[in-house]
Design a binder for this molecule. Sequence first.
Ligand SMILES: [Zn+2]
Length: 123
Amino acid sequence: MRRKKGNIWRPCDLLIVGMVLALAALPLLPRGEEGKTVEIKVEGETVRRLPLDVPGDYTVPTGNGEIALRVADGAVAVVSSPCPDQTCVHTGARRERGEAIVCLPEQFVAEITGESEVDAYVG
Ligand SMILES: [Zn+2]
């Protein structure tokens, strides 16, 4: 009888231990980094959304030409722009949620948002 009781409890203990381990591991996953996106707006309209964890080069057409963007190392930067002041190019790379690269002459904004915030912009 005692041996059987032990056999009944063992799988339950394993389940509980497994669940506790799974819960403990959840906050360790890098979910925050994966959720970051950069939202590209031209003349107030969202034209593109790019994930910050996927490196790549992109061009965005504006009124005077096109702005070249680079996503690398979880950050976004304006590589070139037809604007006269080049402030957006000199802004450099941005990687934190809420930060933005703005080009006033081209009415261009690249704003870093989280995945949960994206829905708020729809409509
Ligand atoms: Zn500019």
